[in-house]
Design a protein around this ligand. Sequence first.
Ligand code: BTN
Length: 245
Amino acid sequence: QKLRLEVFKSVASTNELVKALASGGEAEGKVILSEEQTAGRGRKGRPFFSPAGTGIYMSILLRPRLSAADATLLTTSAAVAVALAIESVSGLSTQIKWVNDVFMNGKKVCGILTEASLSLENEWLDYAVLGIGINVALPAAGFPAGLSEIATSIYQAGNPEGDLRNRLTAEVLNRFMGYYEQLKERLFLPEYRQRMMSLGETVMVVKEHQEQAATAVDIDNDCRLKVRYPNGDEEYLSSGEVRIL
Ligand code: BTN
C-alpha cells in the first residue's frame, strides 16, 4: 500500500499530531516526520530527546484489523524493521531489548511508542499510531547529562557517514510495511529472537512495584518473554504488565 509522507520542521510530538489526524478520520498510511520535536514523548510518560536535524522522529497511522492483545506485534515488528534497516544502511550490528528498544553497543539507539485506540463498535483497534524515534547523527556531547550513559546514535556506534536519515527512513518504512501486510504470519519473529538481549541471563522483573530476579528463557510466538524464577516457576510476561531492568 502507498504511504503518504509529510515532513515538518518542528512539531511538539509527531504521535500527538497523527493521533489528532486519526481522530479526525484520516485514512491508514499517513506518515508524519519532523526535523525536531519540542515535546517528544517516550513510554511511561518519559520525554524523548528530539533535537533538530540529527534524528528520525516519525509516526505512522495504521488501522489494522487487530485486537488490543495483538497490538504488540506492531511494535515488535517495527523494532525488527528498524534493526534491519540500521544494519543494512550502516553495516553495523544491532540488538533488541525486550520489548521494543533497539540497541547498538549496549546503548539504546531507537525507541518506539505505539498508541492505540479501541473501536466502540467491535473488538478491533480503531487506529494505532506507531511512533519511532532513532538517534542518527548525534555526537556523544549532544546528549543532555545522564543520557549519554544509556543512549547512543548510529554515528557514535561507528558509522562515520553523518546524515543517513533519508535512506534509513525509506528502509524502515519499506521493511515495516512488508511485515505489516502479513503481520499474523510473524515473518519478523526469527529476526526478533536472533537479536534479543538477555536470553539466558538474569533479569529483574518489575511488577506492581516489586522487583524479582529471574532467568530470561525464551520469546514465544506472541513476543512474550518467558522467564524462570529461582523456585522453578515459569511465567510469560507481556509488555504492558511488566518491565525488565
Ligand atoms: C521510548 O523509548 O520510550 C519510546 C520513544 C518514542 C519516540 C518517538 S519519536 C516519534 C514519536 N513521537 C513522539 O512523541 N514519540 C515517538
